[in-house]
Design a protein around this ligand. Structure first.
Ligand SMILES: Cc1ncc(COP(=O)(O)O)c(C=O)c1O
Length: 409
């Protein structure tokens, strides 16, 4: 039986709070807020409802709780977390994750890794390969400046190019082999991956450190049992590959993969060392909908990331318009969830406008009112903002730049 929207919101713990405060507000701009927080912190004073909108807000109590829950799970399961920074692109968050027990971060793009190589973030594993000569040179320059940088590789020609660039840079570069879990990235498990790992191990300017295997398709499979079955089945060939390499005496100190959907499954994969969890810090409408051991709503982590938006038009029966459209929330599905309200849907289908529709609403909105939305999919939303506001008890206490915003190369 499908959950009703009201039941879904209630189960996720986001359908009960009374959160609207609005009326005409000052609307502190991003520049004003940055000026108040020269070192990122700000004395609690400005309410999140007083921010110029759309504003990207991060509930720090929920964030702390998500980090605590993930670390507790890692301790219980006997593996580590190596959070994927593609989700938050934030140096502040990366530092916090490492300071609270994660063994490093992952980066999806070279420019992202370069931006996040800051004090407190010593270990960065780049999960995507670099192909062009210019990028390979840049990656090796980063490795020279940042000894904790590890590069993924999934092709023999690429490994040779990396080794040449490492030699030119005067370094021996750390490399992991990406083993395919589907057809998007990676080299097939078994003989091809084993041959590549042995080549990396022998190339003079590379050091083989282990394996990656990430099954993106498993992360959002609905229902815990179905997700676990797929996650373990798809990862099994990579685990066998890992065992063959270990028996051959190669370093398999890293066997990394998985994400928020499978964080509590891969400890069952032999040899697995760490999960590359990303979204757990924020959660989003997509991840709430995958379910967990208990039921159809994933309550393992709490929604911490929201967009505050302002009502721009309330002239018409049954609908209202707010200022967060696709440029504030992306076109991703499912629709954003209005925090604290039931009987209201929000669709962000126009560039600059979102449509509020009343079904059986807990309230209706007036011009200038604010409302708060849980985003459809956190990663691409964060990439739309220069900064996120850290919130405690509805007050802004931090202004964190989205350090690697727009760094998609
Ligand atoms: C290589 C890789 N690892 C891990 C993740 C995990 O992210 P999440 O926890 O948000 O599913 C991703 C997300 O796309 C990824 O691309």
């Amino acid at each position: 039986m499908r959950l009703s929207r009201r039941h879904f919101l209630h189960t996720a713990g986001i359908g009960t709070a009374s959160v609207w405060v609005p009326g005409p507000m000052k609307g502190y701009t991003a520049d004003e807020m940055r000026a108040m927080a020269p070192d990122g912190r700000v004395e609690p004073g400005v309410s999140k409802w007083e921010l110029d909108t759309p504003a990207l807000c991060l509930d720090l109590d929920n964030l702390d709780e998500n980090i605590r829950r993930m670390q507790a799970a890692m301790t219980r399961l006997g593996i580590k977390s190596r959070p994927h920074a593609k989700t938050h692109k934030s140096a502040d968050l990366a530092r916090l994750q490492i300071a609270t027990g994660s063994i490093g971060i992952c980066a999806a793009k070279l420019s992202e890794a370069e931006a996040l190589a800051v004090p407190g973030v010593d270990d960065i594993l780049m999960t995507t390969i670099n192909v062009s000569p210019a990028k390979i040179r840049r990656a090796m320059a980063l490795r020279k400046r940042w000894p904790g940088f590890i590069q993924a590789v999934d092709a023999e020609s690429n490994a040779r190019d990396l080794s040449d660039a490492a030699r030119e840079a005067g370094i021996v570069a750390d490399v992991v082999v990406d083993v395919a879990a589907g057809t998007r990235t990676g080299i097939p498990a078994g003989e091809p991956a084993i041959a590549l790992a042995k080549l990396v191990d022998q190339l003079p300017s590379l050091r083989f450190r282990g394996l990656l295997c990430y099954d993106g398709g498993a992360q959002h499979v609905k229902g815990y049992a179905a997700r676990r079955e797929r996650a373990l089945r798809v990862m099994a060939p990579a685990a066998e590959t890992c065992q063959v390499l270990a028996r051959a005496g190669l370093d398999t100190g890293i066997f990394s993969g998985g994400g928020t959907g499978t964080y509590d499954m891969h400890h069952e994969t032999p040899g697995f060392t760490d999960v590359q969890v990303g979204s757990y810090v924020f959660m989003d409408a997509q991840y709430l909908a995958i379910g967990n051991r208990e039921g159809e709503v994933n309550t393992d982590f709490l929604p911490s990331l929201t967009v505050v938006t302002t009502v721009l038009n309330a002239h018409f029966e049954g609908v209202a318009t707010a200022d967060a459209g696709t440029k504030a929330l992306t076109l991703n599905q499912p629709d954003p969830i209005v925090v604290g309200e039931t009987g209201i849907t929000y669709q962000a289908r126009s560039d600059e406008f979102g449509t509020i529709r009343y079904d059986n609403p807990s309230r209706t909105y007036r011009l200038g009112d604010r409302l708060e939305l849980i985003v459809p999919h956190c990663d691409p939303v964060v990439n739309l903002y220069d900064q996120m506001y850290g919130i405690r008890n509805d007050r802004v206490v931090a202004v964190w730049p989205v350090t690697a915003r727009g760094r998609s190369q």
